[in-house]
Design a protein around this ligand. Structure first.
Ligand SMILES: O=c1[nH]cnc2c1ncn2[C@@H]1O[C@H](CO)[C@@H](O)[C@H]1O
Length: 320
């Protein structure tokens, strides 16, 4: 008997690599996308919702609900850091796409997450591709959420490497460090995929050219919007290729055997010059006194990735 596809909700701030991850998810028979929730990060939340609806229309999947997420951080902060210099002012490579016809559902992202987790206890995976505000709000809204949700696979953190916002912090954690600390210490089953892992997964110029020459509908669409993302990587990292952050996290949720992980307690620095820093306690030392990591639940943190397999899966599924 065929196993049922894994139900996933993608929490997203689209975003060029978010668009790639979404399309890969829609082409992956191992998972069923039961909803999208939106968040600020690569763009403001209003635009994230518009882009999520647009991408579902491009894919012909307007049956999938979109629930709009928070416009502010968990501490009600309104000074958000938006990465329009990475994704373009519209978040999708400055293509001036027409507005979508669809609308988000009435439920907020946090309420939708709570309801779906309650409806299918232990069976829903959240793939979180932006700052973690909606997930933290769901945890605050329903004390049972951390137990009801199957797994949270999140793209975030820079474990023992430099960040991409500054040497300390990775963008999604930096976007809402207080929310990230709530999520990491919530007791939910969490797999964090940080940029220590996603920086190993590069789609090269040559591979983009192969995508562009294919007849795949998704490949064709993505090659248009990828231009801005490639030039950002060229300017910032002097590389001829782009990091596949979001698709890597998505595929780690689809097929956990593509990564290896370690387990420990993660805390997030919420103030000062290292705001957004993620620190994993690896349990190698028994400290003689209690620390801020003592008695907190452990999470899984990805350490290695089968990068060629991820790139191949992304290409194959986009060209289908
Ligand atoms: O320099 C950057 N600043 C902000 N966001 C970035 C930067 N580089 C990549 N991303 C975006 O943040 C997530 C990974 O941290 C990815 O979604 C990526 O597109």
């Amino acid at each position: 008997m065929a196993t049922e596809p894994k139900k996933i909700i993608i929490d997203t701030d689209p975003g060029i690599d978010d668009a790639m991850a979404l399309f890969v998810a829609l082409r992956s028979p191992e998972v069923e996308v039961i909803g999208l929730t939106t968040i600020y990060g690569n763009v403001y939340t209003t635009l994230a919702t518009r882009n999520a609806l647009h991408l579902l229309e491009v894919a012909g999947r307007t049956d999938i609900p979109v629930a709009e997420g928070s416009h502010v951080t968990i501490t009600k902060g309104t000074k958000l850091r938006i990465a329009d210099f990475v994704h373009g002012a519209d978040g999708l490579g400055n293509q001036n796409f027409p507005p979508p016809n669809g609308k988000p559902i009435e439920l907020s992202a946090a309420a939708f997450l709570v309801e779906e987790a309650k409806r299918n206890p232990g069976k829903v995976t959240v793939v979180a591709l932006g700052p973690l505000t909606n997930i933290a709000l769901a945890i605050e809204l329903d004390p049972a959420f951390a137990k009801n949700i199957g797994q949270i696979v999140l793209l975030g953190g820079a474990f023992a490497v430099n960040g991409n916002v500054n040497p300390a912090a990775e963008a999604n954690i930096f976007g809402d460090p207080d929310a990230a600390d709530i999520v990491f210490t919530s007791g939910a089953d969490i797999l964090a995929v940080g940029i220590n892992v996603t920086h190993q997964v590069v789609l090269t110029d040559a591979e983009r050219d192969i995508l562009a020459k294919s007849n795949g509908k998704f490949a064709e669409y993505l090659c248009k919007i990828l231009e801005v993302y490639f030039s950002y990587h060229h300017d910032s990292y002097s590389m001829r290729g782009v990091y596949l952050h979001d698709p890597t996290a998505l595929l780690a949720a689809v097929n956990p055997s593509l990564i290896t992980y370690t387990e420990g307690v993660v805390r997030v620095q919420t103030t000062g010059i290292t705001r957004g820093l993620t620190i994993l306690y690896n349990k190698q030392k028994r400290f003689s006194e209690a620390t801020e990591w003592t008695d907190k639940p452990t999470v899984k943190v990805a350490v290695t990735v089968d990068a060629p397999a991820i790139v191949k899966l992304v290409m194959d599924r986009l060209m289908e």
